[in-house]
Design a protein around this ligand. Structure first.
Ligand code: AMP
Length: 226
């Protein structure tokens, strides 16, 4: 008998505190495996920029480094997952961040006979995260950089698109990062055990070289989506 879960589009989750490299690694996996990377942080920032009701409600919470309400985040993600491109399979970064979100995701996936192929925990030291985050900036094309760890080859010019439209996030300062780390440990880190119980958990030491970590993730994705 055909096991439907074997043919369903893959779903991967990257778990880890702010600064762990979820966005960088998700973008690398996206291009390598033809999956769509979804970040609820990106979706929320787009809602803030568009001035939608949801965006206006979320802005103050985001600026303070807290978690936006489960209802709002789940609604935003559910709408995005319904877009056609997500039928290829998705890599989720920054979602789920609470048990309520994890259970809502399980429910959504069950409706489309999908399952979580792997929830990959990026293991890092908190102490290093403030330095990592404080130097981050992003090009308008989506490519991420860091003043010390990943500067563009030519200063002021994006390696990926040749543009120079760089921005730094308002919540990427030492004070807000401390709140974001606190929220991670209180509400998100317990999901590691949740996915271990589902036999979906994979852990990767994410303190090393970006490319070496990417290789490990590639191997996990290749194995769990085969
Ligand atoms: P990120 O880009 O993932 O670091 O998210 C930036 C901010 O958006 C977080 O500090 C939260 O305020 C909010 N946010 C993003 N994703 C979620 C989520 N899944 N649940 C609650 N808040 C979120």
């Amino acid at each position: 008998m055909l096991d439907k879960t074997q043919t369903a589009a893959p779903v991967l989750i990257l778990l880890g505190p702010p600064g762990a490299g979820k966005g960088t690694q998700a973008r690398m996996l996206e291009s390598q495996f033809g999956l769509v990377q979804l970040s609820t942080g990106d979706l929320l920032r787009a809602a803030v920029a568009a001035g939608t009701d949801a965006g206006q409600a979320a802005k103050a919470v985001m600026d303070a480094g807290g978690l936006v309400s489960d209802d709002m985040v789940i609604a935003i993600l559910r709408d995005r997952l319904a877009d056609n491109d997500c039928a290829k399979g998705v890599i989720l970064g920054g979602f789920p961040r609470t048990f309520v979100q994890a259970e809502a995701l399980d429910g959504l996936l069950a409706q489309s006979d999908q399952r979580i192929n792997a929830a990959i925990s990026l293991e890092v030291d908190d102490d290093a995260m403030v330095a990592r985050i404080s130097g981050r900036f992003t090009c308008a094309c989506g490519e991420g950089y860091h003043d010390s760890f990943k500067p563009p080859a030519k200063a002021g010019v994006c390696d990926a698109c040749g543009g120079n439209d760089f921005t730094r996030r308002a919540d990427e300062n030492a004070e807000t990062v401390a709140s974001r780390l606190e929220a991670y440990h209180a509400q998100t880190a317990p999901l590691i055990a949740y996915y271990a119980n589902q036999n979906a958990l994979q852990s990767v030491d994410a303190m090393g070289d970006i490319d070496a970590i990417a290789k490990e993730l590639e191997a996990i994705v290749a194995t769990t989506t085969a």
